[in-house]
Design a protein. Structure first.
Lengths: 312, 331
């Protein structure tokens, strides 16, 4: 059963601004990336899904409840992590998450336990009695995630969870979200304007642009899991390309590197032998997963596997 | 629920994720716990010790006359230092400080730190948040005003020897409690509305303090302008019986201190209290309870106006507060 289902969802603000039009999608359990540029309608969609904003057209169902009529039921079971800073600096992480656990409907003692659990899951067990104001940006993001996680929600809506984080912080946050989506079994929707970032952890991607659905599909169906191998040699790039092409492989150049789709394991042997035969100094050979970014930038193409070109 | 079941394996890892299976309470419970949380934070509980200095210091100051009174009645005898119904008005400076700190504490913080989206993405409805805050601050003001009265009452009653003394104290306590309630109901929406207009606590505190102090000053100016002394102060022994003159405008002084000169007030003084929220409550008390122990120019015929304005002010500020939170942005 779908976690989120929308049918012809539309939102037009008074004043004529259309935020969403004809949005029909179904989000399955697992981790779903909600991608779109700033202003594409992500925040409007999240507000509608939380039952805070009534759509002007169509319907939306979250965890089986209608957003128009059952907003309270939805919000009791959905954890929301806002994009912007939302933490008071002068309370401890435990106090803050406990209070918000109570605001989600947990009894007092359960809220305390669940807050401790949530803070442990996001890796702030040691620091939970420290005031939030003393936390780093990465730790603050974790507190924001913990308050969404408190009380075991059925669905998490995370709005730009990696905002303001440095690369290692991003990786840690994404790993955490991945763990929540897989080990904890909580359905997660991650809204982001950086597709390349969240595609690593998503099972499904929904792209919206200008309030319309651009594309929604499972990630595996989009990329078909064709791995690409990036090769970089010190010299003789052209000779290697010619050689590999003569062996029947598809070779594309990308700056100084060659990209070769790896259909089966035999391709690795072919490439290894080719480089050895030519006696080329190999600088780099790495697996590169097909980036889905360009899948969104082009019109939905039925035969993605062969049409798409990897462009980092 | 549609949470996918964890069917991958049945091995229990020592500290893995445990789904919550306990009760989930409804909106009513959430509203109640937000009320309780807000009431505690009005007195500075729930955060560092520093947050408690002003509310609890103010409360200690409020208790001071009660303590002195108990001591005086027990050791010297006679009447309490302050009457129950004068207590709130005489100590209003501390109430101003208290609400000027408490109201921003309740609402400005959440605006300042953008915490509201976290509340509104939970089962609460838009109006639940201001409702909980309103009830909490009204209760806090009531407790701030009423607890010293109750302390004074209990202390006085404990040293009282006659049953009629207890009855007299009880009868005198009731108007004091009503005044405390009126302060709570009227000032909570007024101060919360001001505080909810800004996320900056210092500015909200200043605005609330200035509102009360400035209006008090203005009403005192009106009182001075409209005040005319009528004759010399009556001799102390005879002052215990009221002597209204033919105009009916003499400040009745049967409960007042014996040395107070007798004044007559014209309409400027009688209507002047309308600009001052504190005098609005005091004037309404005098009018509604037919009190003769006024601390301000007796409103006389303007009394109903005081009552009406108090109601109107309370209604408008309450409505304004709810309107304010219907418009606040989420996400």
């Amino acid at each position: 059963m779908s976690v989120i289902e929308t049918q012809d969802l539309g939102k037009r603000y008074p004043g004529g601004v259309t935020a969403l039009t004809g949005l029909t999608l179904a989000v399955e359990p697992g981790i779903t990336g909600l991608v779109g540029a700033n202003g594409a309608g992500k925040s409007t969609l999240i507000k509608i899904l939380l039952g805070l904003l009534a759509p002007t057209d169509g319907t939306a169902r979250v965890l089986g409840h209608d957003t128009r009529t059952d907003g309270e039921l939805i919000r009791a079971r959905v954890g929301y992590m806002p994009e912007h800073d939302c933490l008071p600096p002068d309370v401890t992480a435990t106090e803050f998450v406990t209070h918000l656990g109570r605001m989600s409907g947990l009894p007092a003692t359960a809220a305390k336990e669940q807050a401790a659990e949530a803070l442990r899951h996001v890796g702030l067990h040691e620091e939970r009695y420290r005031q939030i104001g003393t936390f780093s940006t990465g730790m603050k993001q974790r507190v924001k995630l913990a308050q969404a996680l408190v009380g075991d929600p059925g669905l998490l809506l995370l709005d730009e969870p990696t905002n303001g984080l440095d690369p290692s912080g991003r990786d840690a946050m994404l790993a955490l979200i991945h763990r929540i989506g897989t080990e904890f079994g909580i359905a997660v929707v991650v809204a982001s304007h950086l597709l390349s970032e969240i595609e690593r952890i998503c099972d499904q991607l929904v792209a919206i642009e200008g309030g319309r659905l651009l594309r929604a599909a499972t990630l595996s169906s989009m990329t078909q899991n064709v791995p690409w191998l990036a090769l970089e040699v010190e010299e003789g790039t052209d000779a290697l390309a010619a050689h590999l092409t003569s062996l029947g492989l598809v070779v594309r150049t990308e700056n100084r590197a060659l990209l070769v789709p790896v259909g089966d394991d035999a391709v690795f042997d072919l490439i290894r032998d080719a480089i050895a035969d030519l006696g080329l100094p190999l600088n780099r050979m790495e697996h590169r997963r097909h980036h889905v970014e360009e899948l969104f930038s082009t019109a939905p193409a039925p035969a993605l596997v062969h049409a798409a070109e990897p462009q980092p | 629920m549609t949470t996918p079941a964890m069917t991958t394996d049945s091995v229990i890892h020592d500290i893995g994720y445990k789904p919550y299976t306990g009760p989930r309470l409804g909106r009513g419970h959430i509203l109640r716990s937000l009320y309780w949380f807000s009431l505690r934070s009005a007195f500075g509980f729930g955060r560092g010790a520093k947050a408690r200095i002003i509310p609890l210091g103010g409360f200690a100051a409020m208790l001071l006359p009660a303590a002195i009174s108990i001591y005086k009645v027990a050791s010297v005898g006679g009447d309490p230092v302050l009457t129950y119904s004068h207590y709130a008005y005489s100590m209003s400076l501390f109430l101003i400080v208290f609400v000027a700190v408490a109201a921003p504490e309740l609402v400005s913080r959440d605006l300042r730190h953008h915490t509201l989206p976290l509340y509104f993405s939970r089962p609460l409805r838009r109006s639940d948040y201001p409702l909980a805050k309103l009830l909490a601050l009204a209760t806090a003001i009531f407790l701030f005003e009423a607890l010293p009265l109750i302390v004074m009452y209990l202390g006085t009653v404990a040293s009282s020897t006659s049953g009629s003394g207890v009855w007299g104290q009880t009868k005198a306590l009731v108007p004091g409690l009503l005044v405390a309630l009126a302060y709570g109901v009227a000032f909570a929406p007024l101060t919360l509305l001001i505080a909810s207009s800004t996320g900056r606590r210092a500015i909200a505190t200043g605005a609330i303090a200035i509102l009360f102090l400035a209006t008090t000053a203005i009403s005192h100016v009106f009182e001075s302008v409209g005040q005319h002394e009528v004759g010399p102060p009556p001799a102390p022994p005879s002052s215990s019986s009221a002597q209204p003159d033919q105009t009916g405008q003499v400040q009745q002084s049967d409960d007042g201190p014996p040395f107070r000169p007798t004044f007559a007030y014209d309409s400027v003084a009688r209507y002047g209290g309308l600009v001052d929220p504190l005098r609005l409550v005091e004037g309404t008390r005098i009018w509604a309870l037919h009190a003769t122990d006024a601390n301000m120019p007796d409103p006389k015929g303007a009394g109903p106006l005081y009552g009406a304005e108090l109601l109107l002010l309370t209604g408008l500020t309450t409505g304004g507060l709810f309107l304010r939170y219907r418009k606040v942005g989420v996400a």
